[in-house]
Write a protein that binds this ligand. Structure first.
Ligand code: NAG
Ligand code: NAG
Ligand code: NAG
Ligand code: NAG
Ligand code: NAG
Ligand code: NAG
Ligand code: NAG
Ligand code: NAG
Ligand code: NAG
Ligand code: NAG
Ligand code: NAG
Ligand code: NAG
Length: 765
């Protein structure tokens, strides 16, 4: 025991206490009808269990019930059959219990006095001990209720007991563990110390009575007092309890009230085969001769009160109300008296709800209504189970209304709702009514458009909470007419953010979008409305013109390419942005440019800050002429020219041209340097030189000069023959001068500055 915990000890004591408590409870009944002892016993046996047996524990209870003399279950010869031959008197109680407790009124029981014998040295201990007539100490008796039989011990004397062996001067400790053997004694007072309990009935020790076994002393004694007669002696006595408790003997044939007892009947009712309207009852047989069983069925709500008197130990209840609690009591009836009832309680099965329907749903709620079943019910229980994703079911319990807004559901899910009726103590459930319904999907959030171009754009958004199986994107024009655009959805439904591409949109227009999440049930969630614009279409017919330091562009724009608010023209060369201009006109001029440079012009139409696709063209600015052309050096047949390259020019090529009308020559030459050499020329001739800057097959204005080859003079004599009608006219000097002058004029006219010559007048012959 040392290692038992406190809990164990507690449990043990509780269990023991429980055992004691559940021990049959003994009940006592006074029978006021006056009968003989035999009749009384017979009545007790028929209608109760037996005549009362008195114990230290119940004696005060029973004595309180007896307000006059009452028969108790004790008589001198318990099985008296008309003669008491050789029977031992006072052996036990009517119910067979041993007689280990007695509570006689002083002087009882009365024994038949024998004739006194003077010379007898023995004395009977059955006589009351007389203080003055004996020197022996008074015998003191104690009863120990230690074992199955009581043992008696006398102090200072020899001992003889039923068990026969122990002799001691001290108290004998009884074995406390055998108290179970005392349960035949009513346990009402079960905890008091048996030694003290017994001795507290001082009547016993105050009037020591003849024990079953007595002792004698050899010491000389005073002659006993001889009783006057045996007038109170009854040969075959029965015992009554007096009004105040102690017992006396009476003639058994006297007619007196009596006291019976019976153990309280603790049966139980078994209920089986419970349906909505019936149940099968079974109960235990009562003790003794039960004349009938009275079945009382009451409903918890008080609307049923059935009483039946039955002989059987079972009964089938019919016509009950569904979902109702019933209390069952079965009273065994014995001699017209109800024994302790056997009890049972149960609920009939409640009815199934009717006409279960869904009246509304939202993203997270479904509204259900139903009609309560016939009969009674405690409450409704609704369980929602998802048909789409494997999640735990949600239960709503203790509902008493006939409708429910079932909340806490997931958006865009398909649920089946199970509705069942329960009774108050949750022992019975009705059949289940089911209905399926979907919650609508939630709406998308953070919707944005990006990469807007003239015919397509992209949309992105955050997926909605809960579940969905896809999205629907509808593109509409300004008047909300469907544009039948081509939408490409990604494969991954759970992508975050979710991006779609929309193609086939009109240029430069306001586009309205409806974006809707779709659920398993093809239900649409709330639509998110969104407006954006496409970029305009490209400009067309972009034509460029260029000078040495400017480029101008003009274009046209077709109104079927959308609305346009302005244009952006971007000028660049060699990949570098040069100038950008926003204009509303359909043309633009860029100035202060490099000559002979390739310029690219991109033109965009713009609406709502969205640029159309670009339209591109390019052009070279025209080259500027070289300057300062001059002759570097000259020989008889060769001329070498040089010049200065134009400023701000990217051009590196030049075209040289040398021309002589006189000699009818015209030579071109393309060079990469800033000088140019012509050979094979005529000496002493003047040539006209031009040099052009060449760029993108375009030549600039020329730089000009002329060069003259070195002369290689040859003398040519010219003789002139003069004849005249007038004599001597030729000899006249005037005439010769005139001829010379004419010739000079002629040479000048023919050769001019083209060729070197010198004309001299020679002598005439
Ligand atoms: C029983 O007898 C007593 C006297 O002997 C009497 O007082 C009492 O009334 C009787 N009781 C009945 C029920 O007859
Ligand atoms: C018993 O006898 C003694 C002596 O004779 C006497 O003193 C005593 O009082 C008596 N006791 C009783 C209870 O009579
Ligand atoms: C009987 O009870 C009294 C008072 O309760 C006590 O003083 C006495 O010792 C007990 N006697 C025995 C034998 O237990
Ligand atoms: C049945 O219930 C009654 C009270 O309603 C009670 O007195 C009785 O002891 C119960 N029967 C049993 C066997 O418990
Ligand atoms: C319960 O019902 C079944 C079938 O109806 C029947 O066989 C059985 O005997 C019933 N039990 C009781 C206790 O009535
Ligand atoms: C049931 O009916 C009987 C008589 O019909 C009545 O005495 C009893 O009080 C009723 N019980 C209840 C609980 O109404
Ligand atoms: C259930 O609906 C049916 C048909 O609509 C109707 O006949 C019946 O009365 C309804 N039941 C209840 C309990 O309202
Ligand atoms: C359905 O529920 C929504 C949200 O609670 C509510 O606005 C609407 O009126 C309800 N419709 C019906 C038919 O009850
Ligand atoms: C459905 O929604 C629940 C709760 O938001 C989520 O855990 C689950 O992944 C979703 N399932 C699908 C298939 O979308
Ligand atoms: C939509 O676009 C896809 C991919 O670009 C293409 O295959 C499909 O033919 C288009 N559908 C329509 C109706 O334009
Ligand atoms: C767009 O959504 C609105 C409601 O938000 C609806 O009235 C309209 O019919 C939808 N348009 C299309 C083409 O689905
Ligand atoms: C919801 O699921 C149930 C069971 O799978 C199915 O019978 C029902 O048609 C579904 N509801 C919808 C609207 O898809």
């Amino acid at each position: 025991m040392g290692c038992l915990s406190v809990t164990h000890k507690l449990c043990i004591s509780i269990c023991l206490g429980f055992l004691v408590y559940t021990a049959a409870e003994r009940q006592y009944f006074t029978i006021s009808h006056n009968t003989t002892w035999e009749q009384a016993r017979n009545h007790c046996q028929v209608c109760y269990k037996e005549m009362v047996t008195l114990t230290p524990e119940n004696t005060h209870i029973v004595s309180k019930m007896a307000n006059s003399d009452h028969w108790i279950g004790l008589r001198k010869y318990i099985n008296y059959k008309g003669t008491s031959n050789n029977d031992t008197p006072w052996t036990g109680w009517a119910n067979g219990d041993p007689l280990f407790f007695q509570n006689w009124y002083p002087g009882w029981p009365v024994f038949k006095s024998p004739l006194p014998k003077i010379d007898c040295c023995s004395c009977s201990c059955t006589c009351p001990v007389l203080n003055s007539t004996t020197t022996s100490p008074p015998a003191r008796f104690s009863i120990y209720t230690g074992s199955n039989t009581a043992s008696m011990v006398t102090s200072n004397t020899e001992v003889t007991s039923d068990e026969g062996t122990s002799a001691s001067n001290t108290e004998v400790n009884s074995d406390a563990g055998t108290s179970a053997s005392n349960t035949e004694v009513n346990s009402d007072a079960g905890t008091s110390d048996p030694r003290n309990t017994t001795s507290s009935h001082s009547l016993w020790s105050a009037t020591p009575q003849p024990p079953v076994i007595s002792t004698c002393e050899r010491a000389p004694m005073w002659p006993p007092i001889i009783p006057e007669n045996n007038k109170n002696y009854i040969e075959n006595s029965c015992v009554v309890i007096l009004r105040f408790g102690p017992w006396v003997e009476k003639e058994c044939s006297e007619k007196l009230p009596s006291i019976c007892y019976e153990d309280r009947f603790m049966g139980s009712v078994t209920i089986s085969n419970i349906t909505a309207s019936s149940a099968a009852l079974m109960w235990e047989k009562g003790p003794g001769d039960i004349s009938s069983y009275r079945l009382v069925v009451l409903s918890a709500k008080g609307d049923t009160n059935i009483t039946k008197t039955l002989k059987n130990l079972s009964y089938d209840l019919e016509g009950l109300i569904a979902g109702t609690g019933y209390d069952i009591q079965v009273f065994p009836v014995k001699c017209g008296r109800d024994l302790n009832p056997q009890n049972g309680t149960f609920y009939t099965i409640p009815g199934k709800v009717e006409n279960l329907t869904v009246t509304n749903y939202t993203e997270t709620t479904v509204t259900l209504i139903w009609k309560k079943p016939e009969g009674n019910y405690g409450f409704f229980k609704v369980t929602a189970h998802s048909n789409y994703v494997d999640t735990e079911s949600i239960v709503k319990d203790n509902i008493t209304a006939e409708s429910l807004v079932f909340d806490g559901l997931t958006q865009g899910n398909n649920y089946t709702f199970f509705v069942t009726t329960g009774v108050e103590d949750r022992t019975r459930w009705s059949d289940i009514a089911t209905i399926s319904e979907c919650t609508s999907p939630s709406k998308v959030s953070k919707l944005e458009a990006f990469d807007n171009s003239d015919t397509h754009l992209k949309l992105k958004w955050e997926p909605p909470e809960g579940n969905y199986t896809g999205f629907e994107v509808k593109a509409m024009d300004r008047n909300l007419l469907d544009l039948q655009a081509n939408v490409t959805y990604p494969k991954d439904l759970l992508a975050k953010p979710f991006e779609v591409e929309v193609k086939g949109l009109p240029n430069g227009k306001q586009i309205n979008f409806n974006v809707t999440a779709i659920s398993i049930c093809k239900l649409n969630g709330a639509t998110v409305h969104f407006t954006t614009y496409t970029a305009p279409g490209p400009v067309s017919n972009l034509t460029l013109a260029a000078g040495p330091e400017w480029v101008s562009a003009n274009w046209s724009f077709d109104s079927k390419h959308g609305e346009v608010s302005n244009f952006t023209a971007v000028l660049s060369h060699s990949g570098h942005l040069d100038q950008e201009k926003n204009i509303t006109a359909y043309n633009v001029t860029f100035k202060d440019l490099k000559t002979a440079t390739r310029y690219t012009v991109d033109v965009y139409a713009v609406t709502n800050n969205l640029r159309s696709p670009k339209t591109t063209n390019f052009i070279f600015t025209s080259p500027s002429p070289p300057t300062d052309a001059k002759v570097l050096n000259s020989t008889k047949d060769c001329l070498n020219f040089t010049w200065t390259a134009p400023k701000n020019s990217s051009a590196r090529e030049y075209i040289c041209n040398i021309k002589s009308d006189f000699w009818n020559t015209d030579n071109n030459k393309t060079v990469n340097e800033t000088h140019c050499k012509f050979t094979g020329l005529k000496s002493g001739s003047t040539y006209n030189f031009q040099v052009f800057t060449l760029s993108d097959n375009t030549t600039s204005q020329p730089a000009k000069c002329s060069g003259t080859t070195v002369e290689d003079p040859v003398e040519i004599d010219l003789s002139m023959l003069c004849s005249s009608e007038a004599t001597l006219h030729c000899d006249k000097g005037e005439t010769r001068d005139k001829v010379f002058d004419d010739m000079k004029t002629y040479f000048e006219k023919e050769l001019g500055q083209h060729v070197y010559y010198k004309l001299q007048k020679g002598s005439s012959t």
